[in-house]
Write a protein that binds this ligand. Structure first.
Ligand code: MN
Length: 233
């Protein structure tokens, strides 16, 4: 086929233990999945009574991935760029209306990720009931480390999730505190859209989100997964 210009390259993530790359199709994110973070954002009802999960998306080409220290550009049009450390689920198979019991069968592996957020813009959007797209889905907003395949990680449901900025711990929580488990999230999301191999799901952040500035060095981890290193430029 002749294209009017060369098609853009598919965003890819490295995979632990192989030279093969994981091609990214779509990026989904879950909002407020840890009660302590829901509370710090002022969403008291969400923290006290479990409401259905809600989702937003980022473009696939917002993904910044690779090995070693990742370089992330500080975005324009914000003076309050926030870190949100999250476990990222990488799907190796798809489906719709997936049963909770069958959800694990879709998972290829897991990565440590950052759902970077223009918090000032998001607060304004919330107050005006405007969409979140430009506060969440900007260039380089979806940082992801090396994918650890399930053969090496198993299916983590508990374990520490943490983020350090310039050596200081900023976020710390446990996967077991998720209000919606990974299986619940996959099942619920698959009632809304057809999931496919290559989809990434950011599964929410624990408390402690806060601002970043240029030059900050970030280290993040989830027990049992490849850690993530990044610098804001
Ligand atoms: Mn998030």
């Amino acid at each position: 086929m002749d294209f009017v210009f060369a098609p853009h390259a598919v965003p890819v993530l490295p995979v632990l233990g192989t030279e093969q790359r994981f091609p990214v199709r779509r990026v989904f994110c879950v909002g407020r999945n840890y009660a302590d973070h829901a509370r710090e954002m002022g969403a008291v009802d969400q923290a006290e009574g479990r409401e259905p999960p809600f989702f937003f998306t980022k473009p696939a080409d917002a993904v910044v991935g690779g090995t070693g220290e990742l370089s992330v550009k500080y975005p324009p049009q914000t003076s309050n760029l926030h870190h949100e450390v999250e476990m990222v689920v990488a799907l190796g198979a798809g489906g719709e209306n997936v049963a909770v019991d069958a959800a694990k069968g879709l998972i290829f592996g897991y990565a440590v990720g950052l759902d970077l957020t223009r918090r000032d813009m998001q607060a304004k959007a919330k107050s005006k009931s405007h969409p979140w797209d430009m506060s969440k889905g900007f260039d380089q907003s979806a940082v992801a480390g090396v994918i650890t395949p399930v053969a090496l990680s198993g299916y983590p449901e508990a374990g520490r999730i943490w983020l350090k900025v310039n050596g200081q711990i900023r976020q710390e929580g446990d996967l077991s505190a998720m209000m919606w488990t990974v299986a619940d999230i996959i099942a619920n999301l698959s009632t809304l859209v057809r999931l496919e191999a290559g989809d990434l799901i950011y599964t929410g952040t624990p408390a402690g989100v806060g601002p970043l500035v240029r030059g900050d060095v970030l280290e993040a981890g989830v027990d049992g997964l490849c850690p993530l290193q990044a610098q804001i430029r």
